[in-house]
Design a protein around this ligand. Structure first.
Ligand SMILES: Nc1nc2c(c(=O)[nH]1)N[C@H]1C(S)=C(S)[C@@H](COP(=O)(O)O)O[C@H]1N2
Ligand SMILES: [Mo]
Length: 305
C-alpha cells in the first residue's frame, strides 16, 4: 500500500494543465460552457492507504462518468453538470444518531484533516480507473454525530433537483439515488467521504461537493452529491437493488468469481491504458482483501452478493 519513491509524479501522469487549456480553447471556439471552470485548491496530507498504481489522467476521470442524474451516457455528466449549484450545500444527518441535524457543509468540514487517497476504482460494467481522491474517513463524521447503539446501517441519498439535474426529468431510476453500507463497512478506515480529486475541489460530474468512496465495492456504491445520511436498524433500500435485485445485491463487493448475470466480472478494462494494455484480471474485493475480507467472515458471498 505504501507509495514508492519511483512513483510517477502528477506532471508525468496527467496533462491536466494542458487539458484545461485545451478545454478553454475548445469551449471558446465552440461557445460552450466549461463544466468546471475554476476549482479551488485544497490542502491535504498524503495517506498511507494509497495504492502505488499510476492515477488516471484528470481528463479520463472527469470525462468518462456515471451520474444518471445528468444522463445515461458517459459524456453526459461532464456536459450537463455545470448547472448544478453546490454552494450553499447542507447534509441532513438523521435516524439513530445522538446529534441529528441539518449540517452546513462548511460546518461538517470544520477541523477535518483532508487526505489524498489514491484508490483503484472498479465499475460493475467491468472498467476501472485509479483516482487520487481528497477526502476523510466517514468514521470521523459518524463518531462526531454519535451513532446510537441501535444503529446498524448507514443510508445515503443524493440531491433531487430536476431543474439542475436533467436526468431526473425521467424515471430511469427511482430518485433520489440511494446507497447504503453496514455500519462496520461504513466505519472501515478505507471508506471515505471525498470532497475533491487531484488536489482540487470535486468536479461536479464526479459528485460535488461531497460523495462517498468505497474502494472494495463496485463503483455504484460510491454515491455522489450526498444530501442525507441516515442511521438505521434495518438494511436500507439501495437504488440498483431496487431497480434489478437479481443483478445488484446490497453488498456489491467486487468479486471476480460471481459473474453479473449478463457479463463476466473476471477481468476489467483499465480506462486510459490503451488498446493492448487495458485488460487485466479483476481482484477479489478489488485488491483490498487484506484489509476488508474479515468483514465478511462466515458470510456466503454467493448469497450476500
Ligand atoms: N448519485 C449518483 N451517484 C452515483 C452514480 C449515479 O448515477 N448517481 N453512479 C455510480 C456509478 S455506477 C459509478 S461507476 C460511479 C462513477 O463515479 P465517477 O464518475 O466519479 O468515476 O458513481 C456512482 N455514484
Ligand atoms: Mo458503475
Amino acid at each position: 500500500m505504501r507509495r514508492t519513491a519511483s512513483r510517477l509524479t502528477w506532471a508525468d501522469v496527467t496533462p491536466k494543465a494542458a487539458f484545461l487549456n485545451r478545454r478553454s480553447l475548445i469551449a471558446g471556439a465552440a461557445g460552450l460552457a466549461l463544466a468546471s471552470p475554476a476549482l479551488a485548491k485544497l490542502s491535504y496530507v498524503k495517506s498511507r492507504y494509497s495504492t502505488d498504481a499510476a492515477p488516471n489522467s484528470f481528463e479520463d476521470i472527469t470525462s468518462y462518468n456515471n451520474f444518471y442524474e445528468f444522463g445515461l451516457g458517459k459524456e453526459d455528466p461532464a456536459e450537463n453538470a455545470g448547472a448544478l449549484t453546490v454552494d450553499p450545500w447542507s447534509v441532513a444527518i438523521d435516524g439513530l444518531v445522538e446529534k441529528p441535524g441539518n449540517y452546513d457543509l462548511a460546518d461538517l468540514l470544520k477541523g477535518v484533516a483532508l487526505e489524498e487517497r489514491i484508490y483503484r476504482f472498479r465499475c460493475v460494467e467491468a472498467w476501472s480507473m485509479v483516482v487520487p481522491w481528497i477526502g476523510f474517513p466517514l468514521s470521523q463524521l459518524l463518531d462526531r454525530v454519535g451513532v446510537q447503539p441501535g444503529g446498524k446501517y448507514v443510508a445515503m441519498e443524493t440531491l433531487v433537483r430536476p431543474k439542475e439535474m436533467p436526468g431526473q426529468a425521467s424515471a430511469i431510476l427511482d430518485w433520489p439515488y440511494r446507497e447504503g453500507l453496514r455500519l462496520d463497512e461504513a466505519m472501515h478506515p478505507l471508506t471515505i467521504l471525498a470532497t475533491g480529486l487531484y488536489g482540487e475541489e470535486m468536479p461536479k460530474q464526479n459528485g460535488a461537493p461531497i460523495r462517498l468512496v468505497v474502494p472494495w465495492k463496485y463503483g455504484f456504491k460510491s454515491i455522489k452529491s450526498v444530501v442525507r445520511i441516515s442511521l438505521t436498524d434495518k438494511e436500507p433500500q439501495t437504488t440498483w437493488n431496487m431497480q434489478n435485485p437479481n443483478e445488484y445485491g446490497f453488498y456489491s463487493n467486487v468479486n471476480p468469481e460471481i459473474d453479473h448475470p449478463r457479463w463476466s466480472q473476471a477481468t476489467e478494462r483499465r480506462i486510459g491504458a490503451g488498446l493492448f494494455g487495458g485488460r487485466q484480471p479483476t481482484l477479489m474485493f478489488n485488491g483490498y482483501g487484506d484489509e476488508v475480507a474479515g468483514l465478511y467472515a462466515g458470510q456466503d458471498l454467493a448469497k450476500d452478493f
